[in-house]
Design a protein around this ligand. Structure first.
Ligand code: SAH
Ligand code: SF4
Ligand code: F3S
Length: 476
């Protein structure tokens, strides 16, 4: 999963009803990937029966949770600066005779729990991505001023079974789009990556549980579901006959749910793009024509050093097959520049792969050595200036491509799901099948949560602008 502001899914708005004075308040700040967004919502769910309602401000809160990300150094460092601010808030509240329980959840908690206990004594609770269902008990036991309580084991199965059932959740859905975690953890051990250490071993939820959750979301007004996993296409959950289901089969089953109009999934690994999933893209209309398929590098030597377990050619052949199944598919990827030992020629091989694929969208990062990962201590670490310079060149090419893709949609008629209100009255923002935001002016707020055809008037760098299609407009 990429660490990014989620473009798909729930806006972390505080849930209704309005908190009363006797209720306790929880503030959750989410860093990192979409799986953390899903987990934050579940943390709010497990605290709801304890009388906690969400608030949008830490000042009002009795309990603050930072749901953290460890993927790159910058992501992890943000947590400690936020904890500095919370230390002051806790002191101010203490003067007023008010308590504040501070919890750190997520991947930094998992990776650095014990170090954090020493480095940030203001923290009361440290809970990992697979143990947050135990929050109520931890909160009840916290607050005596002692060292932080730490819960960081890896029982992924226990977590899902212990979370409130979808229909018993306080806030089932917060808009027409939602995330649904179907798979956790990773066994691939790319040499740069912390995820196998922070999220644990690969684990897939059973089909029936996922289908129940999807149906509850649809009943609550959700029309688009993004299936989540660190390696979502390695999904192998048990189906009704006790056999292992693939992601392609799961998508097919979910596509049969009435009222669920759009299905997406992220993040995929090239090694797990099987024929069933590729053909699903050609056969299931509800499966959106967008695929995030990270390649990281276009150099075989670097791919090998990264332990990605495939070559650039293998990746290009998948792209070819997926385009044969669904010619209009929008492709997206993650790239790392400046991996240890990356030469100028290796970097140029990455640029060449990008030119060949033509991406609609992409995320790119400077290599960040992460403690405990094999690549962090390798020879050949590159100077920051080299990484910066390569990142700029790579991003220039990728922005050119995404702008070209957006411009190519001008004049087309696309079904748009309206999932955000704009700043001014009459403005609505939706998402196209290809996941770009689509901005419209002068439309009725009643369209929120609906899918309507839009004629694209202009493709911009990162978004589209359009107007509602009239019924006479010719279909694209
Ligand atoms: N499971 C997904 C990605 C998970 S992490 C996959 O295998 O593709 C999300 C992205 O963060 C990665 O794709 C990678 O581009 C980036 N990333 C991970 N570790 C990194 C590191 N140490 N330095 C820089 N970027 C990193
Ligand atoms: Fe990290 Fe690699 Fe697993 Fe992706 S496949 S989560 S990059 S170890
Ligand atoms: Fe996600 Fe960051 Fe953890 S990307 S899996 S929150 S390290």
């Amino acid at each position: 999963m990429s660490e990014r502001t989620p473009s798909a899914g729930t806006a972390p708005e505080p849930s209704s009803p309005e908190p009363s004075a006797s209720q306790k308040k929880i503030f959750i700040k989410t860093y990192g990937c979409q799986m953390n967004v899903y987990d934050s919502a579940r943390m709010a769910d497990v605290m709801a029966p304890e009388g906690y309602v969400e608030t949008a401000s830490p000042e009002d809160a009795d309990l603050v949770i930072l749901n953290t990300c460890h993927i790159r150094e910058k992501a992890a460092e943000k947590v400690y600066s936020e904890l500095g601010r919370l230390r002051e808030l806790k002191a101010e509240k203490a003067v007023r005779g008010e308590g504040l329980v501070i919890g750190v959840a997520g991947c930094v908690a998992q990776a650095e729990g014990n170090e954090m206990r020493r480095r940030a004594p203001v923290v009361d609770i440290i809970v990992g991505p697979q143990t947050y269902h135990r929050l109520p008990d931890l909160v009840a036991r916290s607050g005596n001023g002692g060292p932080a309580l730490v819960e960081t084991e890896f029982p992924a199965e226990d977590k899902f079974e212990s979370l409130p059932a979808p229909e018993r959740r306080k806030t089932v859905a917060r808009g027409p789009t939602a995330f649904l975690t179907i798979q956790e953890g990773c066994d691939k051990f790319c040499t740069f990556c912390v995820v196998p250490y922070t999220r644990g071993a690969e684990f897939s939820r059973p089909v029936s549980r996922i289908a129940d959750e999807a149906r509850a979301l649809v009943e609550a007004g959700v029309r688009e579901i993004t299936l989540l996993g660190q390696n979502v296409n390695a999904y192998h959950g048990e189906d009704a006959s006790g056999r292992s289901s693939s992601l392609g089969a799961l998508v097919r089953e979910l596509a049969a749910i009435d009222g669920l109009d759009r299905i997406r999934y992220t993040t995929s690994h090239p090694r797990d793009m099987d024929d069933e999933l590729i053909s699903a893209h050609g056969e299931i209309g509800k499966l959106m024509p967008y695929l995030h398929l990270p390649v990281q590098s276009g150099s075989d030597a670097i791919l090998d050093q990264m332990n990605r377990q495939h070559t650039a050619e293998f990746y290009l052949r998948i792209v070819e097959r997926i385009r044969a199944a669904r010619p209009d598919i929008a492709l997206s990827s993650d790239f790392i520049v400046g991996f240890p030992g990356e030469t100028e020629a290796d970097f140029e091989a990455t640029l060449a792969l990008i030119r060949e694929v033509r991406y609609a969208q992409a995320y790119s990062f400077k290599y960040s050595p992460r403690p405990g990962t094999p690549a962090a201590t390798r020879d050949g670490q590159l100077p920051e200036e080299v990484k910066t310079e390569r990142l700029h060149r790579l991003q220039a090419l990728l922005s050119e491509q995404s702008e070209a893709f957006n411009k190519s949609l001008a004049g087309k008629r696309l079904p748009v799901l309206f999932d955000r209100r704009g700043r001014a009255p009459g403005q609505l923002v939706g998402r196209s099948p290809y996941l770009q935001p689509v901005h419209l002016d002068g439309v009725s707020a009643d369209l929120f949560g609906q899918i309507a055809d839009v004629v694209i008037e202009e493709g911009l760098a990162n978004s589209l602008r359009g107007r509602l299609a009239t019924s006479e407009a010719a279909p694209a």
